[in-house]
Write a protein that binds this ligand. Structure first.
Ligand code: 6GU
Length: 294
């Protein structure tokens, strides 16, 4: 998977992209991560990326040109500015689409129809010529008004080949970015942050850990909280007695059937007391639903 982040503060990503599990996933070649400063794509001499809102009012608005140009540059072959549609074309995989005209129809107006500049690309000659493996990238706008991010969404994004995150800071976004460039708008919760960088890092972390080969077996993603829609059961390690507080007897019993059912019960009870709304959509048997209801 390849992930690019467009931000005015690329330095914020150095630590997160370089350390721990994300750093290892990168070293292993499972994910390619870059942070790009879209100020480099400002089309004016003062390098401004925001401007006053039409209609007046407070605050600044992120201009469309630098954001569109940065995305289109990321997607053009060899960094050439050929228009965003170029990415999903067969040429991306080194297949010549009938000696094709890669630039055709991909000028300034690229993508102004069809919602996403990356879809509806005239550079892709036919449906038949498009390899089944090349999925169009997801262009994800980070904003407090976005769809709430969940583990389900992390799983959905982990199945993609390419993600591009757009992070704004304190400004609003020109609505044409939303309408014609972006495929998803995401928020990480109902609180306001100074920018989209931390939310992008949160989402990237949760997506990359789901990629095959990133986690070891012992911490498999399938076993953790939320994968079954429930909160995790309590964990204990040695010593069996710490300051007089004992590990539950069942865990020391070696009786794996009893251990599994104790853990399941704890998981259900913990979810009921802390996050009862999760029970509505969790994977549960009829028996469990009756038990939890009484
Ligand atoms: Cl994606 N952006 C900002 N600025 N604040 C947020 C957020 C995003 N998600 C939750 N709060």
């Amino acid at each position: 998977m390849r992930i690019d982040v467009l931000t005015l503060f690329p330095e914020m990503f150095a630590g997160v992209f370089g350390a721990s599990i994300l750093g290892k996933a990168r070293e292993k070649g499972i994910v390619e991560l870059t942070a790009v400063n879209f100020r480099e794509y400002a089309n004016n001499k003062h390098n401004t990326v925001d401007d006053y809102p039409y209609g007046g009012g407070g605050g600044m608005v992120l201009k469309p040109e630098p954001v569109f140009s940065a995305v289109e540059d990321l997607l053009g072959p060899g960094g050439e500015k050929t228009g965003a549609g170029a990415l999903q074309g067969p040429e991306q995989l080194g297949i010549d689409p009938q000696g094709g005209d890669l630039e055709g129809g991909n000028g300034e107006g690229s993508g102004s129809e069809g919602g996403n500049a990356l879809g509806g690309a005239t550079a892709v000659p036919t449906e038949i010529a498009r390899p089944q493996t090349a999925k169009p990238p997801r262009v994800i706008l980070m904003c407090p008004q976005g769809e709430p991010f969940t583990q389900r969404k992390a799983e959905e994004l982990a199945a993609e080949d390419r993600l591009i995150f757009i992070c704004g800071h304190y400004e609003g976004y020109d609505e044409r970015i939303r309408e014609h460039l972006v495929t998803d708008e995401l928020s990480i919760g109902d609180y306001v942050l100074t920018g989209g960088e931390l939310p992008a890092m949160v989402i990237i972390d949760s997506v990359v850990r789901l990629l095959p080969g990133v986690l070891g077996n012992e911490s498999s993603a399938a076993a953790d909280s939320f994968s079954n829609g429930l909160l995790e059961y309590p964990h204990y390690t040695r010593p069996a007695v710490f300051r007089g507080w004992e590990v539950p007897e069942v865990l020391i019993s070696g009786h794996h059937v009893r251990i599994d059912s104790w853990r399941r019960e704890q998981s259900l009870l913990r979810t009921l007391s802390r996050r009862p709304e999760l029970l509505e959509t969790a994977e549960m048997t009829e028996k469990e639903r009756e038990w939890i209801a009484q």
